[in-house]
Design a protein around this ligand. Sequence first.
Ligand code: CA
Length: 387
Amino acid sequence: MHRFAGALAALCLAAAATTAVVLAGPAAAAPACAVAYRLNQWQTGFTADITVTNGPTAASSWTLTWHYAGNQTVTSAWNATVRQTGNAVTAQSLSYNGALPAGGSVSFGLQGTASGTNAEPTDFALNGVSCGDPAPPTSTTPTTTPTTPTSGPTTTTSGPPPAGCAGAALCDDFEQQTGGTPGGRWTVGAANCQGTGTVAVDTTVAHSGSRSVKVTGQGGYCNHAFLGTSVSGSGVLYGRFWVRHTTALPAGHVTFLAMRDSTDGRDLRAGGQNRALQWNRESDDATLPAQSPAGVAQSVPLPTGTWSCFEFRLDGAAGQLRTWLGSAEVPGLVVDGVPTADVDQQWLARAWHPAVTDLRLGWESYAGDADTLWFDDVAVGSSRIGC
Ligand code: CA
């Protein structure tokens, strides 16, 4: 961020100088644009928060292009329409964020899959002009005063709710929440005893709109805290939610999603152990994947400080489970009926036909680990909702 702030300051100085000298002829011009590309990567995927700062030429819409050097594949995006052909990527503004004044900035984000080296792109171009080149000379004095940069990127992103959610039985972006504690369909609670864990509507960090739910989870049995709602357990159940958290998944066992399985009267839980995502069956403490090094290696960490799209498919009749993070299936989090070493041998040790009756998001820590998490855009339906 310091590198970008410096570039921004330099750009503003250069832009001001250009405004003063431009009528005298082509002089040392400001760069056409500057791009801050903040990469957050894990074993099989990544997100990138991208901030584009315009040069001295105001635009009513913008298109940013670049190429990836590796096998990066964009799977979803927010605050821009992003298309990829081969390794060429094009991001276009949306109706609400196209206006880009001279010196102004706009941010958008994307999620993708990748393996191997995930190098930052170096050939950004804004509206067809390379960000590595000086801006083309302008023939008139700019009429727009360069915008004073705001204090860097905020942690809030806004935009329309993700597509496809409207057909789901449960589709909630928390924008209807008016109080400090989630209400309506949601119930806030601690399973056994109330400690210092809290659940609250939050207006400072959101995946969509201006509201999410913040869970301040503490270590210890009485500090578990969840918000929950009932769901139908019949048939195939797809779930999708966005989660953002603060502290990397610890070595100890934690849970951020719990669902009551009415067939055995205990919870089916998703969370982490050994620093990677896992499922856990409370009734017999089976884990998915197995917690061997080879098993853990087939799962992924949950990135911190960024929104991640968590999806699952639960088929109670078949006793099957699939899981995606950022639209990429996590191989260690799959029960597909075919036994896989280090993944599901423990899970398949007994018959399993879950019928879940609720969905709870929050925090349970069995080894004293704390975390602060946000949840947004929660959906449950009978077909895949997507990110
Ligand atoms: Ca929201």
